[in-house]
Ligand binder design. Structure first.
Ligand SMILES: C[S@@+](CC[C@H](N)C(=O)[O-])C[C@H]1O[C@@H](n2cnc3c(N)ncnc32)[C@H](O)[C@@H]1O
Length: 273
């Protein structure tokens, strides 16, 4: 009997489960907003949504698919694209300074955030880091002490299609630490000026082998973070400036860009072992 014609109950049931799962995945996928692009105009709009633009109104059908073309009511065409991680940085409504895609890559790469991980994140700010970690498969609890920022972040999570995976809590994490269960997170990400006051709690919050990632634009707070991480007996404590040099390629030759190199921050990683 060929495998194609194998119709025993077990494999049939497995296929039914698979197809249920892919239907469910598709249903989730269908609720994710899509990007409508024309030149340098970009709009993130959910299926069934509508957006006024300077070229007319865009109406997005419920069954929109990446690759489609949609015209405004005045007849100007926009291409439909799938939302990608770096688009979050450009499309989310901004409150607290969002982390740039390169630094998000470093946080995810250095901590190995993957499907099934539980992450505690603070502060939410715009929510770009939280949404990116959710898109990598983690479930994220994120605290934002400014109620208006928290509300915007919830809207941003909906826009990014990750509301189910990101729990945006309004509150100051330093005041909520005792409400959190011990050893309930795989990764703790901190992007706040007061990160050093939270780092000492990392060993209680993290599972054995879990990671701490602290992002700071300033060297003074980074030093405080490093000292606290050592006092808390975290291991493999190391800090890097997250600098990158842009390259220029032109008719005269190739070299690093002569434009000023933009500093973004220092990333400190430590491990609960
Ligand atoms: C730089 S932003 C975070 C940006 C975020 N990582 C992103 O990618 O969009 C810092 C945010 O942390 C919030 N914040 C600072 N200290 C906090 C604390 N102890 N608990 C909760 N939120 C805090 C601030 O209100 C601010 O919105």
């Amino acid at each position: 009997m060929s495998r194609d014609s194998d119709t025993d109950d077990e494999s049939g049931a497995a296929r039914a489960d698979d197809s249920d799962e892919s239907d469910a995945e598709q249903a989730v996928e269908e609720r994710v907003p899509v990007l409508l692009v024309r030149g340098d105009r970009e709009y993130l709009i959910p299926p069934g949504g509508e957006q006024g633009t300077d070229l007319g109104v865009l109406e997005v059908p419920e069954d929109v698919q990446p690759g489609d073309t949609i015209e405004t009511h005045l007849g100007d065409a926009f291409q439909v694209r799938r939302l990608r991680g770096p688009d979050l940085f450009h499309q989310f409504e901004r409150t607290g300074a969002p982390m740039v895609p390169r630094d998000i890559g470093l946080v995810i790469g250095e901590t190995g955030i993957a499907r099934g991980d539980r992450v505690l994140d603070t502060g939410t700010g715009t929510g770009v880091l939280a949404a990116s970690m959710a898109r990598a498969g983690a479930s994220v609890v994120t605290y934002e002490r400014d109620p208006e920022f928290a509300e915007v972040a919830r809207e941003n999570m909906a826009l990014g299609g990750v509301s189910d995976a990101v729990d945006v809590r309004t509150g100051d994490l330093t005041e909520e630490l005792e409400t959190l269960e011990a050893s309930s997170f795989d990764v703790l990400t901190l992007d706040t000026g007061d990160a050093a006051s939270i780092v000492g709690h990392a060993p209680e919050l993290l599972v054995e082998g879990g990671f701490l990632a602290v992002y700071s634009p300033f060297i003074e707070s980074t030093r405080e973070v490093v000292e606290t991480a050592h006092e808390a007996d975290l291991s493999n404590v190391r800090t890097r400036e997250t600098i990158q040099r842009e390259m220029q390629f032109d008719d005269r030759g190739s070299r690093p860009s002569t434009a000023p190199v933009g500093h973004t921050g220092y990333l400190t990683i430590a491990r609960n072992v």
